[in-house]
Design a protein around this ligand. Structure first.
Ligand code: GLY
Length: 355
């Protein structure tokens, strides 16, 4: 029995996903099919698709380098050139087979090539399965500013195959788990509490489905992020700044790792500015501290981080915008914090990891 969620004009298949992909391709008769992959998904995931769909023999493969540092215009031009060289026309389909970078950049490349060709998402990382592949946000980074250039363009379908999660290491799984915790923090306290009790390796279709239900409901109510969808950005204003900051270092953070730290800082801001109770702040910090790597952050980084936040898409009239929770399971958007308040939240994080 296939479990499918109806999103904004397309379906998200959460079970028997590869069979559904086969049916989708059979029904549509695209003129050409392209897979966008990275080195890892070319090696570990494409063969699984070929095994599941032996009748799928006519396609071209475009391979990019893995890593957020490659989600930029240069690599995007590479994708456009390959599409052009391989003769992609407007009846072609791009299948994004990969994690957040492949899904974000592939969908941006497809949304803009010849004014837009169809694309589907086949997310292979936990993070992409519970977040990046769903909701139609396409994009690339510019000057380390995350997703600075992009569109809202919906995929034709999303196929979530949990077999792919077996190809991930623990670090990748934990990174995806951060987005799941966020879903609990903004919308469902009992989900947040339940997630704390699980072993990361036991994350299964049921839990992914639960996260997708939360995200999908928000996206359906506000596809272009005019209001409620902003709540999905909890932890992201500071998280994105950290990700950008560490992109320049020799040890870039995964998106979920940066988000985990961002959620600690923004939970602190939620207490200072939005009525979150002290005991819930402690609960959130204890949970995140126990599960995620707590990266040292010198006070010398604060100015650079605030500079990144000043370029954040959620800002208005020069004010740095946040989504802040008021209690676990409930979130407000269009909240603003001053540079001083943001510095205090970073200091709170430093003190927390020292303790
Ligand atoms: N990743 C947050 C969103 O899709 O809105």
């Amino acid at each position: 029995m296939t479990r499918a969620l109806e999103s904004t004009g397309y379906k998200i298949y959460v079970q028997d996903a590869l069979e559904e992909l086969g049916r989708f391709l059979e029904e549509r008769k695209y003129s050409k099919i392209f897979f966008l992959v990275d080195r890892h998904t070319a090696e570990h995931c494409l063969p699984l698709i070929q095994k599941a769909l032996p009748e799928l023999t006519e396609f071209d493969v475009i391979e990019i380098e893995p890593g957020e540092e490659n989600k930029n215009i240069d690599f995007c031009i590479g994708i456009w050139k390959m599409l052009l060289d391989f003769g992609a026309d407007r009846k072609s389909l791009l299948i994004n087979l990969g994690g957040g970078v492949v899904c974000d950049m592939g969908s941006f490349a497809a949304a803009t090539y010849k004014r837009g060709i169809d694309f589907v998402q086949v997310p292979t990382s936990l993070l992409a399965q519970v977040d990046a592949a769903v909701g139609g946000k396409t994009g690339i980074d510019m000057d380390q500013v995350k997703n600075c250039i992009g569109t809202f363009t919906q995929p034709k379908a999303v196929f979530i195959e949990t077999e792919f999660l077996k190809t991930l290491d623990n670090r990748q799984l934990i990174a995806g788990y951060a987005e799941m915790l966020k879903h609990g923090l903004i919308a469902d306290k009992s989900y947040f509490i339940y997630l704390q009790s699980i072993d990361i390796k036991s994350i299964n279709t049921e839990l992914i489905y639960k996260s997708l239900l939360i995200k999908n409901e928000v996206v359906i109510s506000d596809p272009s992020e005019q209001n409620l969808r902003k709540t999905l950005n909890f932890g992201h204003t500071i998280g994105h700044a950290l990700e950008s900051y560490f992109l320049e270092s020799t040890t870039p953070l995964l998106h979920g790792e940066a988000l985990a730290i961002g959620m600690i800082c923004e939970a602190f801001l939620s207490k200072q500015l939005n009525g979150l109770a002290e005991e819930e702040l402690v609960q959130i910090c204890n949970c995140i501290k126990a599960k995620f790597p707590m990266i040292p952050l010198s006070a010398g980084a604060d100015l650079a981080l605030i500079h990144y936040m000043q370029n954040d898409k959620k800002n208005e009239a020069g004010k740095i915008g946040f989504a802040l929770i008021n209690q676990i399971g409930s979130c407000d958007y269009d909240q603003y914090a001053s540079p001083e308040e943001i510095k205090n939240s970073l200091e709170f994080y430093r003190n927390l990891i020292r303790a």
